[in-house]
Design a protein around this ligand. Sequence first.
Ligand SMILES: [Ca+2]
Ligand SMILES: [Ca+2]
Length: 150
Amino acid sequence: MVSGTTGLYAAPFGVFAPDATNYVTVPKTDGSGSYTATLGANYNYFGIWWGSIDTYNTLSFYNGADSVASFTGSSIADPYPANGDQTSFDTNFYVNFLDLPSFNSFTMTSTNYAFEADNIAVGQVPEPATMLLLGLGLIGLAGARRKFKK
Ligand SMILES: [Ca+2]
Ligand SMILES: [Ca+2]
């Protein structure tokens, strides 16, 4: 964990200011290393405040030894370039992954400086089919309300 901004890493930027507290950055200052968290349970939701997104940042999810999903900085920033801008909202934002394959660990890797992140969250959200039914229910309620107004 680090804080502040140096030539090697920059605090994730949000609410018009960089993060003032600790955050995770890879690689280490000697250029080696990645960050892996083993969670002890399976989840399908992942949230991450991804700072100064770079093309060479990679976020990978595993279920045991099996890789189940992987995302590059380019795919996350798309359609904006993952150019590592340290203060743009195009390259500093919170990413919610809502329907990941079941995973129990994740790894942050970066082949150059740096992959910075904070406020990582995991969870188990309802299956998409359940979400769809809930969504339809809400649409039904909205329709009913509109009808009522007439
Ligand atoms: Ca922080
Ligand atoms: Ca970066």
